[in-house]
Each structure stands twice: as structure tokens, then as C-alpha cells.
Design a protein around this ligand. Structure first.
Ligand SMILES: [Fe+2]
Ligand SMILES: [Fe+2]
Length: 275
């Protein structure tokens, strides 16, 4: 019997090993798009995803305050940055499959699934590229501790598709657009060209993920006759803990369909030294 898309998603979510998870993610994405190309659509179905995805024994997950600080000037510091990126990419693979599995009961146009399957496939490629870079530097994913709180946004928005879109692609992935250029500069200075190439590819593809978030968020606002900006502010204040951090990458955010009046009102606008 044909596997439904939500069953495929649950299979990825319940696979622990990073390389295995991403291989499965790529395989399922290829199956989905092969059917689409042939003019068929696999059934989306409904499934029950785990509250948290399966993860490898390593890395050890620590409270962000306990994750050692990175000094970008040294090779060890650059390894720490890439390790954190690999962790983000692995979470992103699960986040994109989770939005498919978690909200299978909400009727959505088929393009919604196309967009998130494509994103999940891209995140799988990002994870593997960064793991390859880490391995070339003599390290690997799991060698260092990683951030424990990364799945929190998914749990907090497990029952609210608009909240999920607001917080995951439109806040967290948009934040990636703000910080990636600085990371690229660090690796350019170190003349680590493979890593520079990998980060540039990630940077280009992440614009699309934020854009899909904005597109489907606006779609749902239209369906429910809601004002997108007001709803976005309400949802981020409900589900996201803390302020958004400037400086923002206004150019790439605009390219992704995020106007300044969406994010600036949510920013921490107190000057750095208090008052
Ligand atoms: Fe990514
Ligand atoms: Fe992404």
C-alpha cells in the first residue's frame, strides 16, 4: 500500500541518526515530487507525530546558558559554530516534516505540502553539507554539546498552525537570514572555501523557507478574514519567548515577504547599556 505523506513524515521524525534521518527525508521528498511530476498526488492522510522527534544519543543537549561560548578566531571556535549550525539544520528537517504531520487535519492546497517537502529536502542537504565540513575539520556532529531548547517552538505551537508559521519560518528561520552573512565572513577570513560555499547555498535557500512561511500565513489570514500584521504580533507575543533581536537583514526579509512593520514592533528597542 502507498505510504501517505504524513506517514512518511512520521517515519523521518522517528528516525534518530542524523545521516539516516536526512537520507530518508531525501528519499520521501523524491517520491513525493516524482508522483507530482507524473501528474499524481500521493495522499496526505493523517498521522500522529511524536511530541519530540527521535534524536541520536550525542550531542548532549544543554541549557543554552551552559553551552560553551565560541571564539570564532580559532579552528575550535569555527568547529563550534558549524556544530551549532548542524544542530539547527537537523532540527529544521524535523520541523518541516512536523508541520506536515502535525497539521494533516487542516485542509490546505497541495502547494503547501510541495513547499514544506522541498524545504525538508533542502534542510537535509544543509545538514549533510555542514557535517561534511565538520568532518573535514576533524570533528563531527555529536562531538560537542548542543542547544536543548530548539524544539520548544514546535511544542508550544503543536495545536496552532498559524502560530507555527509565525514563530518557526517567520521568526526563527528569518533570524537565520540576519546572522548568516556574519558567519560567511568568519569562514572567508579563515579561507575555508568549502564552508563558505555551503553557507552561501544555505543562505540562498533559507530565503525560500521564510517566504513559504509568509505565503501560507497570509493565506490562512485570508481564509479567516484576519489582519495579517496584527495576528502576527499577537501570535509571536503568545508563543515566542523574548524580543526579536536587531539588526535585521531588511533586504532578505523583504525578499521573503516580511515587511518591517511585522518585525520591528516586536524588537527589543532598549539601547545596549540599559536606559
Ligand atoms: Fe537550512
Ligand atoms: Fe530552513
Amino acid at each position: 500500500m502507498t505510504q501517505t505523506l504524513t506517514e512518511m513524515a512520521v517515519e523521518v521524525l522517528t528516525t534518530a541518526d542524523g545521516r539516516e534521518k536526512t537520507a530518508l527525508s531525501h528519499k520521501h521528498a523524491a517520491t513525493w515530487f516524482a508522483a507530482r511530476k507524473a501528474g499524481e498526488t500521493l495522499p496526505v492522510g493523517t498521522a500522529t507525530p511524536p511530541l519530540q522527534p527521535a534524536r541520536p544519543d550525542k550531542p548532549e543537549l544543554l541549557d543554552p546558558r551552559d553551552v560553551p561560548r565560541r571564539r570564532p578566531g580559532s579552528p575550535a571556535g569555527r568547529i563550534a559554530i558549524l556544530h551549532a549550525v548542524a544542530h539547527i539544520e537537523l532540527n529544521a528537517v524535523d520541523l518541516h516534516w512536523d508541520i506536515i504531520a502535525r497539521f494533516g487535519h487542516v485542509p490546505m492546497p497541495i502547494g503547501f505540502y510541495d513547499d514544506w517537502v522541498k524545504s525538508a529536502d533542502e534542510e537535509s542537504k544543509h545538514y549533510n553539507l555542514i557535517c561534511d565540513c565538520l568532518e573535514k575539520m576533524g570533528s563531527h556532529y555529536g562531538a560537542l554539546p548542543a542547544h536543548a531548547g530548539m524544539w520548544r517552538a514546535a511544542e508550544d505551537t503543536a495545536e496552532d498552525l498559524m502560530g507555527r508559521l509565525a514563530v518557526v519560518p517567520m521568526v526563527l528561520e528569518a533570524r537565520g537570514l540576519d546572522v548568516t552573512p556574519g558567519m560567511i565572513t568568519i569562514f572567508e577570513k579563515a579561507k575555508e572555501t568549502d564552508t563558505v560555499e555551503a553557507l552561501k547555498l544555505i543562505y540562498a535557500e533559507e530565503v525560500g523557507h521564510v517566504a513559504y512561511g509568509s505565503k501560507w500565513f497570509h493565506f490562512l489570514c485570508g481564509r479567516h478574514d484576519l489582519d495579517p500584521k496584527d495576528v502576527f504580533h499577537d501570535l509571536v507575543r503568545t508563543y515566542f519567548h523574548g524580543f526579536l533581536k536587531p539588526p535585521f537583514n531588511e533586504e532578505k526579509r523583504a525578499e521573503a515577504g516580511l515587511p518591517p512593520d511585522f518585525y520591528w514592533p516586536l524588537a527589543d528597542q532598549t539601547p545596549p547599556n540599559g536606559r
